[in-house]
Design a protein around this ligand. Structure first.
Ligand code: IPM
Ligand code: MG
Length: 356
């Protein structure tokens, strides 16, 4: 198959880790006789440096025309003083919005090889961690009006958290469909004891649940959910939540599995065009030092093969290769424990592609 892939390497460790994902994809292309064509796309801080704009028009056009988008990471302290409309993160939000990617799926799974890297006690880990966070991605407080103005002689800033029924309905459906293929349990996370947007969320989620009698639904307040994720993560199968709660909880969920460095994510809309990125950020403090963990990026490429291209066997081959290298004891710094072998970003990418 011939597939056009928009590659946004981005900032910080982004270029180093996307290079490893491409190394692995090239191996897959060779092995399974596909033709992957990569289009390097400027977005984020590097785009500001090169063109003045965090997302040049042409970059967005290439993403829209491609079969999928692979993204490393964007942002860094260098661009902290940019106006909010031209921050590196704004590029990412615009891409999500313009591509209609309303569903962000972030798995949290404990790989047995990384148990020692988890901050949780083994009495908790022994019950297993295997859940997915289904995060609404183009609504809520991220996309409501942001305003800073003067009132009574001081500055006042507001960010509006808004959801329509249809926005909630379509993401709830995604969560229930995923749950149906798993352990058939959805926990919807909100703050319905305080927020109107959460009360509407609950109402619509219950309406959708009625169409899935085989899937059980319960509700949890977000503060309690944050606590339960570290107290007993085994209780979760599918967490359904709005944009900002999902942003926060998915970082927590990734950390308990050992390291944020190994967790991929997919952002999907109505069609097959998706955006795939590791859930960690650009980690400017370790950029260009060959220290970053490329596994979250490599597994994001694996998700792309499966969800956007329908290449299940190819995707599983990558997953297996990663597990094999972890089994053999290779680790980047973030995953290190006393008995492992420390390798850098490039060596990790090479090991995984050679394991294919
Ligand atoms: C993420 C990131 C982004 C988000 C930032 C970079 C805008 O934290 O993908 O989780 O908040 O969505
Ligand atoms: Mg985040």
């Amino acid at each position: 198959m011939r597939k056009e892939i928009a590659v946004i390497s981005g900032d910080g460790i982004g270029p180093e880790i996307t290079a490893q994902a491409i190394k692995v994809l090239d191996k897959i292309a060779h092995k399974f006789q596909h033709n992957f064509i990569y289009h390097q796309v400027l977005a984020g801080g590097c785009a500001i440096d090169a063109t003045g704009s965090c997302l040049p028009k042409e970059s967005l056009e290439i993403c829209l025309k491609s079969d999928s988008v692979l993204l490393g990471a964007v942002g860094g302290p260098k661009w902290d003083n940019q106006p909010s409309s031209n921050r590196p993160e704004t590029a990412l939000l615009q891409i999500r919005k313009e591509l209609g990617l309303f569903a962000n799926i972030r798995p949290a799974q404990l790989l047995p090889q990384l148990k020692d890297a988890s901050p949780l006690k083994s009495s908790i880990l022994d019950k297993g961690i295997d859940f997915v966070v289904v995060r609404e991605l183009i609504g809520g407080i991220y996309f409501g009006e942001h305003r800073t103005r003067e009132q009574n002689g001081e500055l006042l800033a507001t960010d509006i958290m808004a959801y329509t029924q249809s926005q909630i309905h379509r993401i709830a459906k995604v969560a229930f469909e995923i749950a149906r293929k798993r352990r058939k349990n959805v926990i919807s996370v909100d703050k319905a004891n305080v927020l109107d947007s959460s009360r509407l969320w609950r109402k619509v989620v219950e309406e959708v649940a009625a169409q899935y009698p085989d899937v059980s639904l319960s509700h949890m307040y977000v503060d309690n959910a944050a606590m339960q994720i570290c107290k007993d993560p085994s209780q979760f199968d599918v967490i359904l939540t709005e944009n900002m709660f999902g942003d926060i909880l998915s970082d927590e969920a990734s950390m308990i599995t050992g390291t944020i460095g190994t967790i991929p994510s997919s952002s999907l809309g109505e069609g097959t065009l998706g955006l795939y990125e590791p859930i960690h950020g650009s980690a400017p403090d370790i950029a260009n030092q060959d220290k970053a963990n490329p596994i979250g990026m490599i597994l994001s490429a694996a998700l792309m093969l499966d969800y956007s291209f329908g290449m299940k066997a190819e995707s599983q081959a990558i997953q297996k290769a990663v597990e094999k290298i972890l089994d053999a004891g290779y680790r980047t710094g973030d995953m290190m424990d006393a008995h492992s072998k420390l390798v850098g970003t490039q060596a990790m990418g090479t090991l995984i592609s050679e394991a294919l």
